[in-house]
Design a protein around this ligand. Structure first.
Ligand code: ZN
Length: 172
């Protein structure tokens, strides 16, 4: 297992549409392990494979870490089967959009299906943080970042901040 560097916006690779996983095999389990390692190293709660440059429909998540225990989960080829009309608003951040947080409205409840890291199919009813986090991570599979849900003005301010931060980090 190895933590891999996380891409940050405006890296064009984050705009890629990720491809479905044909077979959940050892390579995918290695990818999942590396993604978890990368997510924990960066102190995130969720990560999509494209964020470490791998355009495959694989997500990892751990919403329980705060309590000092780890409950890692993998979602392979996730699909939303149903979403509530009712929306919920959460302050979102993203490992690929460092130091920027903003409120995003998304369906409050969803029904999703996915494969786990053993290739077993699951369906899941989610609300709260889990519903928001899943939708945020699934957006990455379509090349969408949470700042793409913000107003044009807010998004351009965020992108300007990110570009500036990148230039400074390259300089120093
Ligand atoms: Zn993200």
């Amino acid at each position: 297992m190895a933590a891999r560097p996380i891409l940050t916006a405006p890296d064009p690779r984050l705009k890629a549409v990720s491809l479905p996983v044909a077979h959940v095999d050892g390579d995918i389990r290695t990818l999942v392990a590396d993604m978890l390692e990368s997510m924990y190293a960066a102190e995130g709660i969720g990560l999509a494979a494209i964020q470490i440059g791998v355009p495959r429909r694989v997500l990892v998540m751990d919403l329980a870490q705060k309590d000092g225990k780890r409950e890692p989960r993998a979602f392979i080829n996730p699909k939303i089967l149903w979403a509530s009309e009712e929306l919920a608003t959460f302050e979102e951040g993203c490992l690929s959009v460092p130091d920027i947080w903003d409120a995003v409205d998304r369906p409050a409840r969803i029904k999703a299906e996915y494969l786990d890291e053993h290739g077993k199919k699951h369906t899941l009813d989610a609300d709260g943080m889990l519903a928001t986090c899943l939708q945020h991570e699934m957006d990455h599979l379509e090349g969408v970042l949470f700042i793409d849900h913000l107003s044009k003005l807010k998004r351009s301010i965020a992108l300007r901040k990110l570009t500036k931060a990148k230039r400074l980090s390259k300089a120093g």
